[in-house]
Design a binder for this molecule. Structure first.
Ligand code: ZN
Length: 163
């Protein structure tokens, strides 16, 4: 008799996790308090429109991203509901990052009347799966800042540690 295993039903393949994408839930955004205050102030300044800007810093090996600076940007959409980072601001932020040996880590924007949760548009238009997406809600009297990873049409919140 042959030793071949009998398999009456094919076993469906186990979904594999891509080794180069660590669990997005495990990622952490390290945010200096000074940068946090700059971002919140820019969001309040931009009201009633959505404000936006870029995050500059370093991506750590263990899923921890260290923010070093915020580069405010013009919301080219000039809208209270959506944002589009002005392309020239993107280039300036990229140059600023390069000058300090850092990279663009992500983007922040405000929600003027809704929760600090990515809207369907935010998820659909997230430009970079490697980025961190910070949202500041101005809905309540105290601004609320949260950060997300957005990949493959799905968002997951990550921890934000103020430094
Ligand atoms: Zn949004």
């Amino acid at each position: 008799m042959s030793a071949a295993a009998t398999s009456p039903d094919p076993v469906p393949p186990i979904p594999s996790v891509s080794p180069e994408s660590p669990s997005i839930a495990a990622s952490v955004l390290l945010l200096p308090a000074g940068v946090y205050r700059q971002i919140v102030a820019a969001c309040l300044d931009g009201y009633p429109l959505e404000a936006c800007g870029l995050l500059i810093g370093e991506e750590g090996a263990s899923g921890e991203a260290q923010v070093r600076a915020s580069h405010p940007a013009t919301n080219a959409a000039a809208s209270a509901r959506v944002y589009t980072v002005e392309p020239r601001d993107m280039l300036r932020a990229d140059r600023e990052a390069e000058e300090i040996g850092a990279v663009l880590l992500g983007v922040w924007h405000s929600h003027t009347h809704t929760d600090a949760f990515p809207s369907p548009t935010d998820v659909a238009q997230a430009p970079d799966p490697g980025w961190h997406y910070v949202i500041v809600s101005l809905r309540d009297s105290e601004p609320v800042l949260r950060s997300y990873r957005i990949r493959g049409g799905r968002s997951e919140e990550e921890a934000v540690v103020l430094q």
